[in-house]
Design a binder for this molecule. Structure first.
Ligand code: PEP
Ligand code: MG
Length: 856
């Protein structure tokens, strides 16, 4: 449809940058924006695109500064009598832009001329629409002023023109060049507005992102034969399934093409009327074939915006089909399977974090949200349930089959069973690596932490939202752990949806990935999840969670209260078979994959009740005087337990616990070997700060191994490693490394200790810190490349120097974060380990890094 005399020629106005879009014109996405470039591609495919002119970023900038290009020249490139529309053309369509203005050129004279072609009512309505949109978006009149518009089109038009005159003290402009100049100026300035700038920067646009504009001759979709307008695409935007969808508004079927969408005719026949295929079979077939051609040549699923005038098709625009994450994966996989893009390109087209949308239920993005408060988005996914304030209430609700949200000021290991029973968790305190967050991500439980703008009165069983709304136990809320929002009532949710395409994409990711991904998994359920997500083994099994299981806590407490070493040994003797079974289960589930078990880490007082009633119950259970229990609890309490008697410090001072654990590991290894499962267990020592700690623990581990070997007459291998979680361990990695086979950086504690920042309390001020630019990001979420990562580099370098073949990894929460994975890969780490649900994100992020390196 490009006019013959201009076809193939790049017509560029001399002084400005006004370019008629032709197949050979000098148009680039970086200079004229994505829409202009796409229209040129459509023109190159010989598709029926109306004549269109592109204004470059430079020109639009000049317009905003008051320097208007020669519009007569521009108009001469387009049809003299045509109506025009102007649309934004930013470099990336996600960055938005001012809304399009249609029907430029409508005037008294044009209205009269059009009336002859399309009838007076339709022409008047077109004019009216233009006057309305021009008044509001260009002359910036208050839309309320047009509220009392009369019904009849002629009266409405007269009314709108009068409002325009009254408010601007000027007649409505009749000259198309004047109209166009004002439209261009208002669109150029809108792009420079603060709100528009902030919005696009939030979507990743650079501060100096440019705006191009395209001015197009309108094919208005009005006429005596079949005429109308619509959009059409070849796939479903929610599932990515191959299915023609769209909307067509016919004005020839006695329906008003300019009325609201109620008169819409769908592409396929339905209760509302005939389909486009029935109304205009040739145009439909042509449109379909254009879309297939666009898919193949533009290498993307496109949506066509079109009009039909007297049965003839015009293609106004082509935009990338809007899609959710699930559709994005199926579209990318289908394009690669059809040979249109490579597998590597398919991998690069999916934002790793977007996979969370597929792996967890989400709040329907199109639904309205009643937000009560915001906190840290600690574990993705969404769920609705009744509020409960204790782990016990959560378990009772689950037993009744009721979905509940566990609300706590913060969670502790005692809450684990309550968390398993809940559909989501909300806490007042905490950040990305607090207990609730780590467990939530581990078990795929939506979780918002650090929602400190809510007043938590857990003993009174109520919550007060910042707007004063009070919620009681039993009231329903929705937790959106993807966005960190707490919503009132039941929000509409979309189910998780990973399908065959997801598996195919993950397989391709594994083919190119060059850093392994393991999972942090503590229980058989976690381990199964890790296998489902194709993790390469377990990188961190936090054994302490096993002691909170039913029937074990009491034995654990007996061990803590043991007055003598033999009494302690007796309690541990009862824990031994339970631990052995735990490990044997994990080994069986993981088959021949590596399993790294961390020895006991938390301070012992976490296993004791914290209130008076709990102390009394414990005194009864252990048959001890209440005062003994209270005294022991007090003796174990510390001012700063995270820096106190925990990790290897317990292993050195109460060695029987570690001895029991390693014996359980070795015996489980022998047990499963008899079933044909070959495993070389990896044993990891937490919270090391001195090389001598490793020496002492290693001597004991080796001695237990020797005892088990001689007692059973069976041989087995094992690997010993150190968790680098203190800055000193990183600095002394050269002394530590020669004693062990691997170092795994525990970046949760390492971040806490490097910053001197409590991982459980930082949530209170983290958002202020990030907002004011003190930290660019929450360092518990994204590895701090300037500080903490330097310790990782120093540790890795010194460890390798002392022990070249040592295995290096990261097992803090950062292991699932794409930016942190990039650091670990560049530093030559062997694997990252993260919560099972983050494994797919990590696999894809790692694959993208490898592809990026390959393509340079
Ligand atoms: C760490 O500190 O990084 C870690 C993985 O251990 P935890 O979160 O259990 O302290
Ligand atoms: Mg730790």
């Amino acid at each position: 449809m490009l006019r013959p005399h201009m076809e193939g020629a790049a017509v560029q106005h001399r002084d400005t940058d006004i370019t008629l879009i032709t197949p050979g014109a000098p148009i680039g996405a970086h200079t004229h924006g994505g829409r202009a470039k796409c229209l040129q591609r459509l023109a190159r495919l010989n598709l029926p695109v109306p004549p269109t002119v592109a204004l470059s970023f430079r020109t639009v900038q000049a317009i905003a500064a008051g320097d208007m290009p020669d519009l007569r020249a521009l108009l001469s490139m387009l049809g003299d009598t045509a109506l025009l529309c102007v649309r934004p053309s930013s470099e990336d369509s996600d960055w938005g832009g001012p809304r399009a203005v249609l029907n430029i050129g409508m005037s008294d004279a044009m209205c009269a001329a059009l009336a002859e072609r399309i009838g007076s009512a339709a022409a008047t309505r077109l004019y009216l629409r233009f006057v309305e949109s021009y008044s509001i978006h260009v002359a910036r009149l208050d839309p309320d002023m047009l509220d009392d518009m009369p019904h009849a089109p002629e009266d409405a038009l007269a009314f709108a023109l009068r409002v325009y005159l009254d408010e601007t003290e000027e007649e409505f402009p009749q000259d198309p060049a004047v109209q166009l100049a004002e439209v261009l100026r208002s669109m150029a300035r809108a792009w420079d507005g603060t709100t528009a700038r902030l919005l696009r920067q939030a979507k990743g646009a650079p501060a100096d992102a440019g705006l191009g504009l395209v001015v197009q001759e309108m094919a208005i979709g009005l006429g005596n034969g079949e005429s109308g307008s619509g959009v059409m695409q070849l796939v479903n935007s929610k599932s990515g399934a191959r299915q023609i969808t769209g909307r067509y508004l016919s004005q020839s079927q006695g329906r008003d093409a300019l009325s609201d969408a109620k008169g819409a005719l769908y592409l396929e026949r339905d209760a509302r009327g005939p389909s486009l295929e029935e109304l205009a079979p040739d145009a439909f077939a042509e449109l379909k074939s254009h879309l297939f051609l666009m898919r193949e040549k533009l290498r993307e699923e496109m949506q066509a915006e079109f009009t039909i005038e007297n049965g003839k098709l015009h293609l106004l625009d082509g935009v990338r089909v809007a899609r959710n994450a699930r559709a994005a994966v199926s579209i990318a996989v289908a394009l690669a399977e059809d040979g249109i893009i490579t597998r590597e390109e398919a991998l690069m087209r999916i934002e790793p974090r977007a996979l969370n949308e597929l792996l967890h239920r989400q709040v329907d993005p199109e639904a309205s949200r009643d937000v009560l408060a915001r906190g840290v988005a600690a574990s993705p996914g969404a769920a609705t349930g009744k509020i409960v304030f204790s782990a016990e209430a959560s378990q009772s609700a689950a037993a009744r089959g009721e979905a509940c949200v566990l609300v706590r000021r913060e969670t502790s290991p005692e809450d684990i069973r309550g968390m398993h029973a809940a559909v989501a968790v909300l806490t007042e305190r905490g950040g990305m690596t607090s207990h609730a967050a780590v467990i939530g991500r581990g078990i795929g439980l939506p979780c918002v932490v650090g929602a400190s703008s809510i007043r938590f009165q857990t003993s009174a069983r109520k919550l007060t939202a910042p707007d004063g709304r009070v919620l009681k136990e039993g009231d329903q809320i929705t937790i959106d752990g993807t966005n960190g929002e707490v919503l009132f009532g039941q929000a509409p949710l979309l189910d998780a949806g990973h399908d065959d395409s997801f598996q195919v994409l993950m397989g391709w990711a594994d083919d190119v990935r060059d850093i392994a991904v393991r999972a942090n998994a503590d229980t058989p359920m976690d381990a199964k999840m890790a296998r489902n997500f194709n993790a390469h083994g377990i990188g961190l099994c936090r054994t302490e969670h096993m002691f909170f299981e039913e029937g074990r806590l009491r034995v654990m407490r007996e061990m803590i209260f043991a007055g003598s070493s033999p009494d302690r040994a007796a309690a541990l003797e009862r824990l031994l078979p339970m631990q052995r079974d735990d490990f044997a289960d994990l080994f069986r589930i993981m088959q021949d994959q590596p399993v790294c078990i961390r020895l006991f880490d938390p301070p012992l007082h976490e296993f004791l009740p914290s209130d008076r009633a709990g102390h009394r119950a414990l005194a009864e259970a252990l048959d001890l005087p209440l005062s003994t229990v209270t005294r022991r609890v007090e003796a174990l309490s510390e001012y700063n337990p995270m820096l106190g008697m925990r990790g290897v410090r317990l292993g050195i001072t109460v060695p029987e616990i570690y001895e029991m654990q390693v014996r359980a590991i070795f015996e489980a290894t022998i047990k499963v070997a008899g079933e044909g499962v070959q495993i070389v267990p990896e044993i990891m020592i937490p919270l090391v700060s001195a090389s001598r700690e490793v020496e002492l623990v290693k001597a004991r581990v080796d001695s237990v191994a020797a005892t088990v070997r001689s007692q059973t007459g069976q041989d087995f291998a094992y690997l010993l490693g150190v968790m680098v979680e203190t800055p000193r361990a990183a600095l002394r990695a050269g002394d530590i490394a020669p004693q062990v086979s691997f170092l795994s950086f525990g970046t949760n504690d390492l971040t806490q200790m490097t910053y001197g920042l409590s991982r459980d309390d930082a949530g209170r001020f983290m958002s202020d810190y990030v907002k004011q630019g003190v930290y660019p990001e929450d360092p518990f979420h994204t590895l701090d490349l300037d500080g903490v990562a330097e310790l990782l580099s120093i540790g890795a370098e010194r460890a390798r120097e002392a022990s070249p073949g040592i295995t290096l990894s990261i097992c803090g929460e950062h292991g699932g974060n794409p930016e942190s994975i990039a650091f670990c890969r560049a530093a030559g780490f062997d694997y990252v380990s993260c919560s099972p649900f983050r494994v797919p994100v990590a696999r894809l992020a790692a694959a993208q890094l490898a592809v990026r390196d390959k393509i340079g």
